[in-house]
Design a protein around this ligand. Sequence first.
Ligand SMILES: O=P(O)(O)OC[C@H]1O[C@H](OP(=O)(O)OP(=O)(O)O)[C@H](O)[C@@H]1O
Ligand SMILES: Nc1nc2[nH]cnc2c(=O)[nH]1
Length: 180
Amino acid sequence: MIDPKTIGEVIYTREDIKKRVEELGKQISEEYAGKEIILVCILKGSFAFTADLAREIDIPCSIEFMQVSSYSNGTTTSGSLKIIKDINVPVDGKHLLIIEDIIDTGITLNNLKKMFDTRNPASVKLCAFLDKPSRRQAPIEADYVGFTVEDNFLVGYGLDYAQHFRNLPYIAILKEEYYK
Ligand SMILES: O=P(O)(O)OC[C@H]1O[C@H](OP(=O)(O)OP(=O)(O)O)[C@H](O)[C@@H]1O
Ligand SMILES: Nc1nc2[nH]cnc2c(=O)[nH]1
């Protein structure tokens, strides 16, 4: 059992998440009607969201997996992107939807978008389950957002603290005393 001393307020329940993912899937299916898309799941955090969202999308799609990490060089906020695992299909002429669990500084998605733009896709859009706009450092917004959140450290539904809590079926605030 998860120690209740570590997990604070549950901000989105399993039911809240289900309802919002259904809405996003419907919106994406309507807006891409007649097209085929590639969902690019950014590991590890977006595994749960991607799996749920994909099952709410009723247009032809394929799913690819990518793992990256972003570094800040210490003097600017642009950072650079290290690709740990790339997708292994050509994307030229394809419609890409990049799926993230959270946008925080925006550095990761900003770099990912720039990198995919160089591969000549037909389009690149961004979908993030959670958005923390108050933390943004890079000039990027998602095209689809599940929920806009305050600046708390969140866990669950793919989001981890030191690789734990990704399996929680809800999103909760990690208590500050646990990580400070
Ligand atoms: O907007 P940013 O400040 O760039 O932060 C967002 C990124 O940070 C998290 O990934 P993380 O590097 O923690 O890896 P994980 O998905 O494996 O947990 C999250 O999944 C995003 O990819
Ligand atoms: N787990 C987790 N990762 C993050 N990366 C950026 N913000 C967060 C957050 O609130 N929780």
